[in-house]
Write a protein that binds this ligand. Sequence first.
Ligand SMILES: *Cc1c(COP(=O)(O)O)cnc(C)c1O
Length: 826
Amino acid sequence: MDYSISEIARIINAGSPAFPDHRITSLLTDSRSLLDPSGTLFFALRTPSGDGNNYIASLYAHGGVRDFVVDTIPADASSMPQANFLKVPSVIDALQKLAASHRAKSGARVIAITGSRGKTTVKEWLYRLISPDLRVVRSPRSYNSQTGVPLSLCAIDSGTEMAIIEAGISLPGEMDRLESVISPEIGIFTNIGAAHSHGFSDIAQKCREKASLMRRCRYAVYCADNRLISDSLPQGPDRVGWTRLDTPGAALRIVRVSKADGSSTIDYHWVPGALSGQFTIPFTSERDIENAVTSLAVMLLLGTDPATIADRMPLLRPVRTRLDVADGVNDCQMIHDTFSSGIASLSLSLDFMSRRVTPDHTLTVILGDIDTEGLPAADVYARAAAMLRLRHIDRIIGIGPEINSRSSSLPAGSVTYPSVEEFLGSVTPDDFRSELILIKGSQDEPLGNVARLLEKRRNGTVLEINLDAVVDNFNFFRSRVRPDTGMVCMIKASGYGAGSHELAKTLQSQGASYLAVAVHDEGVDLRQAGITMPIIVLNPAVDDLNAIFDSHLEPEIYSVDFLRSLIAEARRRGIKDYPVHIKIDSGMHRLGFRLDTLPEVIEVLRSQDCVSPSSIFSHLCAADDPSEDEYTLRQFDYFERCCVMLRSAFPGRRILSHILNSTGITRFPGQQRDMVRLGIGLYGIRTMHDGSQDELRPISSLSTSVISVKHWEAGTTIGYNRRGILSRDSVIATVPVGYADGINRHLGYGNASFCVRGVLCPTVGSICMDSCMIDVTGIPGVQPGDRVEIFGDSVPVEAIADTLGTIPYEVLTSISQRVKRVYYRE
Ligand SMILES: *Cc1c(COP(=O)(O)O)cnc(C)c1O
């Protein structure tokens, strides 16, 4: 895009800018994503996770940004003499208005995609299928929100012939807004998930909301076999339904699907054109077939002939949007992005990387060939080089024939290799040390082997943590409290076993108010990983006050002796007003002050100015047990009396109070006070089974791979002390996890089952230290290398906890540190 600021002011109905000639070529909504200040217009959005207004001064002073859209002129505007402030009633409305106008001016055809899943796959596949014929832009990654959609549309330029835009919603009313911004010609509804979601009264309402994307479309593409979807489509668009069940009225009939050797051949009849055709895709899953058929319907609608379709379909590849983060060799951290390798996608990966920078790591990017997306390759590589320079990448390695031939356009010092093999033949893991490494490959030259070379732990056992599910769970609880209620996230015990660094970074980005850890080592560790937000230490010890002050950790105060030592150390260091958190024992009887000991704390606090109470809090002991609600209510009363006592002793000071844990948030929202403390719910574990927490998503899965498969006759015994006795001829698989990995021995002897090829397979005999055996009799084709899920989608952690007579907290925190953790974004 290229506008003068005065044109933009006119479009969004803001007053005339002071400097009307500034040219705007890119839009920014998150200050951390700033790349090139010249030509950037910053939209100061207010969202639950942050307030853009707080970043204006620094974007001006350090970022060089000169143009801002705001709803209030900043108080310090006079210190930014060269800035344009475009004042509007609503910043998000202004962004959407600008995008709508930009879209309306362009001659590009616009396709919009909604649905519960498959949006990103259909978008990427349509891009692959259409881009040989037309200049196509598409939403980067899954930019489908109220801000992502306008930003995606602004990528349309004068040469764009088609835009493919994803639209996602989480609340009623949002699709209407997106529709008016996108005003698509073709609307695609991929499918609808059965899950009920917060904000919608039922699935039919959610379906109608999504379908309102098609309100003014010329064509609506959807699955005619899905009654829920076809009933919810608005009047108006021509219906282009596809069917596999001969549903009457469907425009596209799937005549036959035959699967063989990992591919599916699909025969179809296109009623409007009286055409029949056949093509093959290199997939067999029902989801992939559904996504391919949806893409087929669009291609036919665009008038593509069956022969061209048959040529292009076999070239489709799975769309892996996953972005993994894992420990690398020699203290490296690795980010492996397997998504498409266009320039917009590279920009997002670099952005993700920049949020993981720590003081101890240098920055390395390993880049495959870039998908030029129809643009001149020289321009694309020049833009990539500019991005890498702006992000101050220390070391750049290019791998692939194209990037190798363009090494001269990369920043000085870059090293390139024509292929992964050449790279693997010339470097060893020891060539990498204390680096944050982004690996960004293309579809055709996958860099998976490069990632494997640099991984710290290469055994097949892995605890995978879905950071998007963490964000969803965080937002679930956030939606249950007032917008101004602070969220304290408990990442003690190494994030309930999930590992704390990545969680902390994710929660810091989401706008959590505090993190809380159990012991100060955990806090020091987070500081070393680059976490800057406030951290509370719940069980601080007197023996290491230095760590508390040096790492700026905020201790819980549960004894007067500890308070006195802390004050003495603060005084020695000449510190004033160091924040501390006063713990009240309202009924747990573990740690904290009671009403009779609180006056002494108050007296000590009032006698000095080195430390100062920032919050007062207490912990519920039976929030999840309705039969103890009377006790819980007494805890609330008791806590309130303590709050009153403490606050009245410090009349001029704002002291926050908080008592609710995860279960408390859903059960006693009236007690949310200033902050809530979110623990187990963040990790997707339900503590209540009354439907109130059904939207929580599990965040982790523990899996490994089969290492051996053997046939044994009935009567054979398996494992130590011959405790597994086979009652029939059996097939037994050995898997490399044991009690040293955190697999409790009580899960042996058939007490637990692990999932292989979709089937639950009971354990046989004792769990050994490093391995155990499972019964895979009757499951066709089980072989070494098959994935074994210990818990995750098929086996909930809660089931394992029930078997062991314990709680999920203990199962999660028992997974040993030797198990590799991989974090990913979907
Ligand atoms: C662990 C903990 C929490 C979180 O409890 P959940 O039940 O996991 O939500 C809250 N407050 C304190 C003091 C804790 O120790």
